[in-house]
Unconditional design. Sequence first.
Length: 243
Amino acid sequence: MKTTKIEWTDKTWNPVTGCSKISAGCVNCYAEVMARRLQAMRQSKYKNGFGLTLHEDVLSKPVHWKTPHTIFVCSMSDLFHEDVPFDFIDKVIKTIELTPQHRYQLLTKRAERMAEYFQTRKIPKNVWLGVTVEIQKSKNRIDILRKLAAPIRFLSCEPLLENLDKLDLTNIDWVIVGGESGISARPMKSEWAMSIQEQAEKQGSAFFFKQWGTWGSDGIKRDKHKNGKLLNGKVCQQMPQRN
């Protein structure tokens, strides 16, 4: 059963909440806005607002989900944040290994730390590893990701903030693209998204266009639901081929 509005996953699991900004895509962080809102609603899990917090009490949660799910890990944080100890990440990975019925999506902007972690540890067979690539300056994360022996490697080009130009998608199975949402959202141009789509098709990567966000394909700012998710008149939401 799908329990999240994030279209490319079924569930979210947040053994870590809170983060700090390191990249252009962090400027209008949706997770920060949501965390502040949940703090104001006095939800105990967010008593620290968007301050990085480890949650030992939810580490075993996926064990109780018997139906197979695709699970986005740390949608409200970054599992490979420098303040998350490797021994805590070990506990997260242990739960992943105990639940082979699920598929886990680990997405980070801290590709170097993710690579450092997996230098001395095996990547579970049910883990998908991804990196955020929202501007050209962050394309180096792709080179780090492609060297990791994950069953699925993916890119999240969301929010897409500029033309990424030429992409080497060797060993990249899936590319997600989306525009930014919110009052201060920055616009995405259709040619940026279509360039990525064309390159993904040529290089054999699945392509998933999530949404336009606050700015439509016509360059007009409006409700993101009205802007929709059509790219060149079509819904393009491919999922990667799994072994």
